[in-house]
Write a protein that binds this ligand. Structure first.
Ligand code: AMP
Length: 296
């Protein structure tokens, strides 16, 4: 039976007990409404550690839009059942107050001075579109690491820029070892996301243009196209043709993050998109020229 804990203080004790007995703990932070993408991370954590644990917390610190926070899908009981099915030993949740006891103001907010600096990987793209987002992510992930003190923590490449921010955070604090896992997609190519549950059938069909546009740019790369601006324009054009509202469609050098798109020819490239389909904001990315899952 999976252990379900509703208080981070209990989760801390549970993890400490296992670590002190010499066991390794693998950790997957999530916001719940779990799908096969999340479960792929958990399966890997189960396989590579003595115990795997998962947090389910819709972190208000990382939402800049209150209605987005309110609409975010939640299903803790369903999540716990799925986690039990893949061998996860413990799932925990909590409230902002429980994660930051005595640190919230009367209106329930965390002082901005208390937010963790997410570092240079937070600049541009998601960081530019979602004010304060990565500060909120870095703050909760640091706290989650303090609760679990995992040996390994697992993240999805689906949130490409987030994985960079967390890798920097883990490096600064000397652990855990961060493991970035491949993007899991539906058979249509649409990247699995908790937000997909909010799409109507028609929107779901249109949403496939994100992965299709990335494939088109990948094909151009394979045929020798290297110019960042040209590839970015091709990406945007393919999205706009389907009528989705593009927030960004740009290239980056995967080995050297930059706030703005690099100029001129690229030696290596990752293409990243964010677009609104109906009212639902979706992101996707693809490392070019290395195969569909980014591994090469
Ligand atoms: P979230 O619940 O959206 O915060 O995601 C929790 C973790 O699951 C993050 O590290 C995500 O990058 C990862 N994740 C979400 N969707 C996918 C996917 N389709 N494939 C692989 N990992 C994913």
């Amino acid at each position: 039976m999976i252990e379900r804990l509703a208080d981070p203080a209990e989760a801390r004790a549970w993890c400490a007990e296992r670590r002190e007995s010499g066991a390794s703990v693998g950790f997957v932070p999530t916001m719940g409404a779990l799908h096969i993408g999340h479960l792929s991370l958990v399966e890997r954590a189960v396989a590579e550690n003595d115990f795997a644990c998962v947090s389910v917390f819709v972190n208000p610190l990382q939402f800049d839009d209150p209605s987005d926070l309110e609409c975010y899908p939640r299903d803790f009981e369903g999540d716990a059942r799925l986690l039990e099915g893949v061998g996860c030993a413990m799932v925990f949740t909590g409230t902002l107050e429980q994660f930051f006891p005595g640190e919230l103001s009367a209106d329930g907010a965390l002082a901005s001075a208390r937010l963790v600096d997410p570092g240079p990987a937070a600049e541009g793209l998601e960081g530019a579109c979602r004010s304060g987002h990565f500060g909120g992510v870095a703050t909760i992930v640091e706290r989650l690491f303090e609760v679990v003190e995992p040996e390994r923590a697992y993240f999805g490449r689906k949130d490409y820029q987030q994985a960079l921010v967390i890798a920097d955070l883990a490096r600064r604090r000397g652990g855990p070892r961060g493991i970035v896992c491949d993007i899991v997609r539906e058979s249509s190519g649409l990247a699995c996301s908790s937000r997909n549950a909010l799409l109507t059938d028609g929107e779901r069909e249109r949403a496939v243009c994100l992965s299709r546009s990335l494939e088109t740019v990948d094909a151009a790369w394979r045929e020798g196209a290297r110019d960042a601006a040209l590839l970015g324009a091709l990406l945007r054009e393919n999205l706009e043709r389907v009528g989705v509202e593009v927030e960004y469609a740009e290239l980056r050098d995967p080995e050297r993050w930059s706030a703005a798109a690099p100029l001129g020819e690229l030696e290596r490239a990752v293409a990243l998109v964010a677009a609104r389909v109906g009212g639902v904001r979706l992101i996707d990315n693809r490392v070019l020229g290395v195969g569909g899952d980014g591994r090469g």
